[in-house]
Design a protein around this ligand. Structure first.
Ligand code: 5RP
Length: 228
């Protein structure tokens, strides 16, 4: 169990990364906004400069509410054709900028909004940086009637899938949290999981990785970009 001191410093590191992300917001344009505690800190920072943006696109109902609570206009993704930047947290990220996301269950909308965005800016505290993905259980959003079938198919890949208790996504679906997968090739696994009938999407963000990662550390915010 993490101590209160660890949690405080993790919060401070998330806050620093969230604040640094303001630098990537494009003046006069719409910004894509993710979901989770770090994204919420970003929304609170964005509120301070809200007159500099045209509005936002939200990756979840929670994010939409928080943005609107700050008086930031929220656009439907279908209303816009061009989104310069998407800012969101992650549960794990590697130096190759591959991520596990979906701890908050918003992975599908996050994947959609990030697919539209020109640039994905990931904001995390230093504990999220890993060499290999998979310590954090991989979330998979599934159509409810397919959940046990999908769990059996995931078992064939070596994963143990457990339905997230009492949780329904914004899209009316279930989340399976998958442990035990060795994620050595995130792009391949993301593709394979999405081929299982009944899977809406999975929390691997490798086919569309982050472009920039702002990592809050005890020594300040470190900027990581994918090695060429
Ligand atoms: C939500 C997500 C979040 O970005 C991820 O879970 C990280 O959350 P937090 O910033 O609270 O650590 O993918 O679906």
């Amino acid at each position: 169990m993490r101590s209160t001191k660890d949690q405080t410093s993790s919060q401070a590191m998330k806050q620093a990364a969230a604040r640094a992300a303001l630098h990537y917001v494009v003046e006069g344009r719409i910004v894509g906004v993710g979901t989770g505690s770090t994204a919420s800190l970003f929304i609170d920072e964005l509120a301070g400069v809200k007159n500099r943006v045209a509005g936002a696109v939200a990756s979840s109902e929670d994010t939409k509410k928080r943005l609107e609570g700050h008086g930031i206009e929220v656009f439907d993704l279908n209303e816009i054709t061009d989104l310069p930047v998407y800012i969101d947290g992650a549960d794990e990220i590697t130096p190759a900028m591959h991520m596990i996301k979906g701890g908050g269950g918003a992975l599908t909308r996050e994947k959609i909004v990030s697919a539209v965005a020109g640039k994905f800016v990931c904001i995390v505290d230093g504990t999220k940086l890993v060499d290999t993905l998979g310590h954090f259980a991989l979330p998979v959003e599934v159509i409810p009637m397919a959940s046990t079938y999908v769990a059996r198919e995931i078992a064939k890949l070596g994963g143990v899938a457990v339905a997230r208790a009492g949780f329904v996504t914004d899209n009316g679906n279930l989340i399976l949290d998958v442990n035990g997968l060795r994620i050595l090739d995130p792009v391949d696994l993301e593709t394979r999981l999405n081929q299982i009938a009944g899977v809406v999407t999975n929390g691997l963000f490798a086919r569309r990785p982050a472009d920039v990662c702002l990592i809050g550390t005890p020594d300040g915010v470190r900027t990581m970009t994918a090695a060429l």
